[in-house]
Design a protein around this ligand. Structure first.
Ligand SMILES: NC(=O)C1=CN([C@@H]2O[C@H](COP(=O)(O)OP(=O)(O)OC[C@H]3O[C@@H](n4cnc5c(N)ncnc54)[C@H](O)[C@@H]3O)[C@@H](O)[C@H]2O)C=CC1
Ligand SMILES: O=C(CO)COP(=O)(O)O
Length: 337
């Protein structure tokens, strides 16, 4: 077994290390030559500072060379860049190769989840595309801290294959066949983490944070159910697990991005200060468009879109959310009369 990882950022490099630790030699595609050379010398200080990479992790700046002969091709790019980066690989993967999305976003304009995008751009049947999503802050995993994750694929056998290729003594994958649900959880929790950060930056405390997390989970669940996800997925590692990790960890880039907005920075300033991609900032609009098309209400997500697009301040969004008609707690509860 040989694997390729497209993307040499925090998660791509860390996931490549997991694959290598699990016994699968892995080649990373890096956009920049100096990053590829550094990985070949055993480190990636910008994205995985302070860690040595296994010797069976290699890197190249040639996409076709990275995927040549790979039975597993994992993709860890910013979601909005995936289409353009992967375009040249369409139809080049081996007969039995499996593509794995490590990304947590929704494509703007098309509303495609990343597994759908991989299917389309790489020319693969949906059954040969898997996703990995869960409470997986790259810095902690690179440091060898234990965590669980979810590997989802339509075909349980494909999910098991991917799970066995990345399982280590500290990285414990569970399998799931609810690809849609697992993927939506990952994309929407980034939007909710951004909202939590914005509230914190604006001076709100733990009660506000917990309220946004809980009502955020309702939004994720509402959209997921409307699109056909399975309810139990939301209570699992990819749902509650990742929502809690991202909304409570100071390591989260999405939360930090939101906090900077809450403190008064512009979107451009917050992006410039970010340690890496903050998917929630760009996927929020795509998620909201999906919700609008389904007639699903997502008021926190709508608030994030308004702040990111500059049509409302954090203070104005807070007022709007608090002034909404009161209702019962349920996912589908109508407003009180
Ligand atoms: N970092 C983390 O803890 C985790 C990240 N993810 C997800 O994985 C995906 C990738 O995230 P990270 O690796 O953390 O991002 P990152 O910001 O650390 O790295 C992104 C990588 O993509 C490359 N890139 C950016 N724009 C590009 C372009 N136009 N063309 C080619 N390459 C480009 C960068 O050079 C870099 O190598 C995101 O969807 C993220 O939500 C998922 C789980 C954990
Ligand atoms: O997806 C993640 C943790 O599971 C990483 O979150 P951030 O992109 O907000 O850092």
């Amino acid at each position: 077994m040989r694997a390729a990882v497209i993307g040499s950022g925090a998660w791509g490099t860390t996931f490549a290390s997991l694959l290598a630790q699990a016994g699968t030699p892995t080649t990373i595609w890096a956009r920049r030559r100096e990053v590829a050379e550094e990985i070949n010398a055993g480190t990636n200080e910008r994205y995985v500072p302070g860690h040595r990479l296994p010797s069976t992790v290699r890197a190249t700046t040639s996409r076709s060379q990275a995927v040549y002969g790979a039975q597993l091709v994992a993709v860890a790019l910013p979601s909005q860049e995936a289409r353009s980066v992967l375009g040249s690989l369409g139809g080049t993967l081996g007969e039995a190769a499996v593509a794995v999305s490590l990304m947590k976003g929704v494509e703007l304009g098309t509303g495609l989840r990343m597994s759908e995008l991989l299917t389309q751009v790489l020319g693969l049947p949906p059954g040969r595309v898997a996703v990995v999503s869960g409470p997986n802050l790259a810095d902690e995993i690179a440091a060898g801290q234990p965590t669980g994750t979810v590997v989802a694929a339509q075909d349980e056998a494909v999910a098991r294959l991917v799970a066995s290729s990345c399982a280590t003594a500290t990285f414990r994958p569970y399998t799931n066949t609810d690809v849609l649900g697992v993927e939506l959880c990952g994309a929407v929790k980034n939007v909710i983490a951004l909202a939590v950060g914005a509230a914190t930056g604006h001076g709100m405390g733990d009660n506000s944070r917990a309220t946004i997390i809980s009502r955020g989970l309702v939004e994720i669940t509402r959209l997921g159910l409307a699109l056909g996800a399975r309810p139990e997925t939301f209570a699992g590692l990819a749902g509650v697990g990742d929502l809690v990790a991202t909304c409570s960890s100071p390591l989260s880039r999405n939360q930090a991005f939101g906090r900077r907005l809450g403190e008064g920075m512009s979107v451009d300033q917050a992006a410039a200060a970010s340690r890496g991609v903050a998917e929630g900032a760009r996927s929020a609009r795509a998620v909201l468009d999906l919700a609008l098309a389904q007639g699903v209400e997502m008021p926190i997500t709508a608030g994030v879109v308004a702040v990111v697009e500059g049509t409302a301040t954090v203070a104005e969004v807070t007022d709007v959310l608090l002034a909404r008609p009161r209702k019962a707690e349920g996912v589908h509860a109508p407003p009180h009369e």
